[in-house]
Write a protein that binds this ligand. Structure first.
Ligand SMILES: *[C@@H]1O[C@H](CO)[C@@H](O)[C@H](O)[C@H]1NC(C)=O
Ligand SMILES: *[C@@H]1O[C@H](CO)[C@@H](O)[C@H](O)[C@H]1NC(C)=O
Ligand SMILES: *[C@@H]1O[C@H](CO)[C@@H](O)[C@H](O)[C@H]1NC(C)=O
Length: 536
């Protein structure tokens, strides 16, 4: 044995000891948790900005493979600003070998799909069409990994098919299709299968627990078993636990934390859609409805941040084809909340159309980011609005630590920036000035002696050197606390607003009475914590 050989051995053992994988974005995998933050192997915050890609429906094939080549989709995901995919799978893919060994082509044929659909699949993904379902799933994960997209494997259902209804037999432990032992077996198998792929950074144990059988005792019993099984099979992955009632309720954890043999890997998951409270959005004053949504979210799941756990909003989204007023209000409120807490999340959904869903071929997904042909995003404005939550604002490990505030405007997705000598404008949040928000509600640009000042009703908002001065007392008002009201020279108050040309002005505060028909969206701002960005 030569010297060279032993050096290589030393190098290899050091390498496997740390087994870090460096992404171009400089994340070092695997991930773990540091209090409420997800961090990489170097201790730096990693914010999960994921999009859900469904692979749990009848065909048990990732959607869209008949529309676009898998690598094109993976690259697109990265290009759209996501660093991660929540990839869904059914337990049967891992537990039923005769299902797992069907080829993709056979699965399409069994579902009665036409020769033209299969020809499209063959043309777009010739290397996948004759793989077994489990190998095709692995091929999708490999393509994502190759493109530096992290993957969270989400066990969505047991029996393949559309999810979720209250009584579809997939809802809770002991339901018709939800055998807990089979579930543990499936989780173990999947964790083992991907244990050598560092890009598989997390496993979400089960989507949207629900139904007549749901109860907290069984939640602890089985979720803890599932978590231990996954951790034992692959100690590198984050283990993600969802709540009851379609993953809206984790409140029971306030009194009784989970009891597990390991730490540093647990993340909780919550889902939040507008349709959970359509009635509130349609009938209530929007400031009140938003205030209630935020306080409910904190009671049902957000308190976990204070308990030292990351919170992953595993599903949220809106209809991107026909947007309702309710959904717009919900989205503004949601973005303000997500920015305030700088949460990790997965958008529902990437999927523009389903190859085969509940017996229908090619049905459109209106919540889908991509169009029916999987060629383009449906709504570029939406992408602009969510870009602020795609990058971390806070968290451990960012050099040149210098905490400041940004003033975020959810309905445009932009932030307030200084422009000309004493003017302000909306611009990209990543270019925001460093604001401070003082005890007497002055919004000051750090180190500049300049502060934001209301000039009068329907007049441009500008910067002032008299701080404090008239019109510089920006008080968060209403139940939403998203209106910023300042005192004008005649002692009336006015709220910060954005006009139709995106100019910052002040106008009469909206929806501060019992008015239920108004929309205060243009007046909603969130003053949120942010770090200094790395300078080089
Ligand atoms: C396993 O999968 C095969 C092929 O899809 C199916 O025919 C069979 O019913 C499945 N078995 C169970 C127990 O679900
Ligand atoms: C949340 O779940 C717990 C435990 O099952 C239950 O006691 C509580 O009532 C639920 N809360 C809501 C608002 O549904
Ligand atoms: C999708 O593709 C089909 C077939 O190529 C085409 O007829 C249709 O116009 C496309 N639709 C969109 C929205 O691009």
């Amino acid at each position: 044995m030569g010297r060279r050989h032993s050096l290589i051995n030393i190098f290899l053992s050091i390498f496997s000891l740390f087994s870090l994988v460096l992404l171009p974005t400089s994340h070092a995998l695997p991930l773990s948790t540091n209090s409420r933050w997800i961090v990489d192997a170097k201790g730096q915050r990693v914010k999960l900005a994921c999009v859900t890609w469904a692979s749990h429906l009848e065909l048990v094939v990732a959607e869209g493979l008949n529309k676009q080549p898998v690598d094109v989709i993976s690259k697109k995901i990265k290009e759209l600003g996501f660093n991660c995919v929540r990839l869904t799978w059914p337990i049967y893919l891992a537990s039923n070998e005769s299902l797992a060994s069907l080829t993709v082509r056979q699965s399409f044929l069994n579902a009665g799909l036409s020769a033209s659909v299969i020809a499209e699949l063959q043309a777009n993904n010739p290397s996948i069409v004759d793989l077994s379902l489990i190998n095709a799933f692995q091929a999708v994960v490999s393509s994502l990994a190759k493109n530096n997209v992290m993957v969270i494997l989400d066990n969505h259902v047991s029996k393949p098919g559309w999810c979720c209804s209250y009584s579809d037999g997939n809802g809770f432990f002991g339901d018709k299709y939800f055998n807990p032992d089979l579930w543990i077996k499936g989780l173990t198998k999947m964790a083992t299968l991907f244990r050598n792929n560092p890009f598989v950074v997390g496993m979400s144990l089960r989507n949207e627990l629900r139904g007549p059988k749901q109860n907290a005792n069984d939640w602890y019993r089985y979720m803890q078993r599932g978590a231990e099984a996954v951790h034992e099979a692959n100690p590198n992955v984050l283990v993600i636990l969802s709540g009851l009632s379609f993953d809206t309720n984790l409140s029971f954890l306030r009194e009784q934390p989970v009891s597990l043999s390991f730490t540093g890997k647990i993340v909780f998951e919550v889902h939040k859609y507008s349709f959970a409270d359509t009635f509130e959005w349609e009938t209530k004053n929007p400031n009140e409805a938003c205030g209630k949504m935020m306080s409910d979210l904190m009671k049902m799941s957000g308190f976990l941040l204070d308990q030292g756990f990351p919170l992953f909003v595993g599903e949220w989204g809106i209809n991107l084809v026909k947007q309702s007023e309710s959904e717009q209000k919900y989205l503004n409120c949601f973005l303000a909340w997500a920015v305030e807490h700088d949460l990790d999340w997965a958008l529902w959904t990437l999927v523009g159309s389903y190859t085969f869903k509940s017996g229908v071929v090619g049905s459109s997904e209106y919540f889908g980011l991509l169009n029916e042909n999987w060629t383009q995003v449906r709504d570029k404005t939406f992408l602009q609005r969510i870009s602020v939550i795609q990058s971390p604002l806070q968290g451990p490990g960012i050099p040149y630590y210098n905490k400041h505030k940004i003033i975020f405007h959810p309905s445009t997705g932009l932030c307030i920036l200084k422009n000309t000598v004493m003017g302000v404008e909306l611009g990209n949040c990543s270019e925001s000035n460093h604001w401070s928000y003082t005890a007497n509600n002055i919004l000051e640009i750090k180190g500049s002696y300049l502060c934001l000042q209301a000039q009068g009703l329907n007049r441009p908002t500008r910067l002032s050197i008299i701080c404090p001065g008239r019109g510089t007392d920006w008080t968060p008002i209403s139940d939403s606390k998203l209106l910023l009201a300042a005192t004008l020279s005649n002692n009336t108050t006015a709220c910060l607003d954005v006009d139709s040309h995106n100019n910052l002005i002040t106008t009469t505060c909206k929806c501060t009475s019992n008015d239920n028909k108004c929309d205060p969206g243009s007046q909603w701002f969130k003053v949120a914590d942010a770090f200094d960005k790395q300078l080089h």
